[in-house]
Design a protein around this ligand. Structure first.
Ligand code: ISL
Ligand code: CA
Length: 573
């Protein structure tokens, strides 16, 4: 048995929190226009309290032309009328706090919307103006400047540069409606520190920082011949290729637009801003969470050093394929590299950018295909995927640290893989020339009530994306109180996680099981015995230990002292 991670006990809330991602346009529609909104969220927060999560993170609700579903912000200090008003945001935050839920909002600092007043001013002011210097405007190459300034590609496909009427080009790592800011400009730094204070004063408990690895670009914007992709790599060989011990010196593999050393100074200054809001005698009560698709994990750990952010999403875990050895390696490496900087590990299987994990795990190579699935492609096996999805969630929720859930996964929702192309909205679908289905399939409005129009999402039955007709059994009201339902599995797991203080626990690997079994013991800081977790990722049943006392299983156990394939069990250790 190897002790992989010492228990760190409970101190700051974010070290152990289970954080539920709300995607506002698809959570609950209060006013019947078919798009989710803040009053809809507020009215349903009791579902999250009953689920047993600690915090909610909301994807952007700011004023935006919605070219990238709100990740194109035109005003960081106002709510888009689609979602409501600032008063609605205040009411949502207050209700969450009343229910004991912390609130994390999304901050999008890499780029603004092209409709932001700064970008309009930059276009109006002309080349060489201070207004242009807040963005990355450059002259083109070639005799007439008709070629882009460098060869960078947008993460969504196509060139990362767009030319405007006076001949200059501007950089956009994402859609052309999302011009990148120039973070070497002090005005940009000052503006975002002020935006942080604006939301901290309204009572938020933290920020999820979008594209945290992208703000600073390499000096001179040099050409690069690597590829940028949505949702990183799905090849397990790239998640942990024997990362060196010293994460401080190792070069990033991410290219000149990502993971530049200069980003860390920005996060140190933000940390100081958040600290202004700590009550006397308390430390790090507000959290920063990095969305940084950075590999290896030793590079990611640099974002969560003590004077920077508190957490970073663990996309190495999300992209691990359905293989016990691969999970053991990723979990060990995650705990080791994050322990080294004093940060909690985080765990995530689904979010608004990737195919929902039950559907990924129902594919012939389980765990692949993060970037959307078309109807004409190989379809996931829905039942097998759900069985594996529940097993994956159950071992994730036992791991020490903090875990992220994406709305609807507590219902076991699959990806919508049969969306008609004419309803798609994701710019990645359009910018790849329809080569990638994109992310709409994981963003379908939630089913709340099996018998109601739009499954209870909207009082009028309208939905901005169509829901599959087969979703009635997934509706929250069809699962609540039903033993064995996915919703009850999540509720039980979260209650047991709390009871046994698993998030604050230590972890040791347990020997003596087949290589296909992920087997570990998690134990509380107070020295209690804890929980033995066994996840069978193989194809045949394996024997359970003698006298096994099951606390919870991802699928009903057969009662013959075995653990079937694709099932996780928590046993009293
Ligand atoms: O940078 C990447 C690969 O190296 C991408 O995976 C990138 O980190 C990811 O696409 C960022 O996503 C976030 O920012 C986008 C937005 O569309 C996504 O919804 C958001 O999660 C642009 O703001
Ligand atoms: Ca609405």
């Amino acid at each position: 048995m190897t002790l992989t991670h010492e228990p760190f006990g409970t101190t700051e809330w974010w070290r152990t929190a289970v954080i539920y991602q709300v995607y506002p346009r698809s959570f609950a529609d209060g006013n019947g226009d078919g798009i989710g909104d803040l009053p809809g969220i507020t009215a349903r927060l009791d579902h999250l309290a009953a689920l047993g999560v600690d915090a909610v993170w909301l994807s952007p609700f700011y004023r935006s032309p919605q070219k990238d579903a709100g990740y194109d912000v035109a005003d960081y200090r106002d709510i888009d009328p689609l979602f409501g008003t600032l008063a609605d945001a205040d009411a949502m935050i207050a209700r969450a706090h009343d229910l004991g839920l912390r609130v994390i909002v999304d901050l999008v600092p890499n780029h603004t919307s092209s409709e932001h007043e700064w970008f309009r001013a930059a276009l109006a002011a002309g080349p060489g103006s201070p207004e242009r210097d807040r963005y990355l405007f450059r002259d083109g190459q070639g005799a007439g400047g008709e070629l882009p300034p460098n060869n960078w590609q947008s993460v969504f496909g196509g060139p990362a540069w767009t030319r405007i009427d006076d001949g200059q080009w501007y950089l956009h790592l994402f859609d052309s409606s999302q011009p990148d800011l120039d973070w070497t400009n002090p005005q940009v730094r000052a503006e975002f520190e002020d935006v942080l204070r604006f939301w901290l004063r309204r009572g938020v408990d933290g920020f999820r920082v979008d594209v945290a690895h992208g703000l600073v670009k390499a000096e001179g914007l040099p050409d690069w011949h690597g590829t940028v992709e949505m949702a990183g790599s799905t090849d397990p060989s790239t998640t942990d290729p024997g990362a060196p011990e010293d994460g401080q010196t190792e070069a990033s593999t991410n290219g000149p637009m990502f993971d530049q050393d200069g980003v860390h100074e920005i996060y140190r200054s933000w940390r100081a801003v958040l600290d202004e809001f700590d009550p006397p005698g308390e430390r790090h009560t507000r959290a920063l969470v990095a969305e940084a698709w950075v590999e290896p994990l030793s590079r990611l750990a640099r974002y969560v050093r003590d004077d920077e952010m508190q957490q970073a999403f663990n996309f190495s875990f999300l992209t691990t394929l359905w293989d016990a050895a691969a999970y053991r390696a990723t979990i060990t490496e995650s705990l080791r590299t994050l322990d080294a900087v004093g940060a909690p590990a985080t765990w995530v299987l689904s979010n608004h950018d990737v195919v929902r994990h039950p559907s990924r795990l129902g594919l012939p190579v389980p765990g692949t295909k993060t970037n959307g699935i078309f109807a004409h492609e190989t379809q996931p096996d829905e039942a097998l995927g759900l069985r594996r999805g529940r097993a994956a969630t159950l071992f994730m929720l036992a791991l020490p640290g903090s875990a992220y859930l994406y709305q609807g996964e507590e219902l076991g929702l699959p990806e919508h893989t049969a969306l008609p192309d004419d309803v798609r909205e994701d710019p990645a679908y359009f910018r790849t020339g329809h080569a990638e289905a994109g992310r709409d399939g994981c963003r379908v409005p939630l089913p709340w009530a099996a018998g109601e129009p739009a499954f209870g999402f909207s009082p009028t039955g309208r939905t901005w994306l169509p829901q599959p007709t087969s979703w009635a059994p997934y509706a929250a009201d069809a699962q609540a109180g039903v033993p064995g339902s996915t919703l009850e599995l999540y509720r039980s797991a979260l209650a047991l996680r709390r009871e046994h203080a698993l998030g604050a626990g230590g972890l040791e690997w347990v020997a003596g099981y087949s290589d296909d079994v992920v087997a570990f013991r998690v134990f509380p800081a107070d020295g209690g015995a804890g929980v033995l977790v066994l996840a069978n990722l193989g194809t045949t049943a394996v024997p359970l230990p003698e006298g096994a006392d099951a606390l919870l299983a991802s699928t009903d156990l057969p009662g013959d002292e075995t653990l079937p394939a694709d099932v996780t069990v928590w046993l009293r250790a």
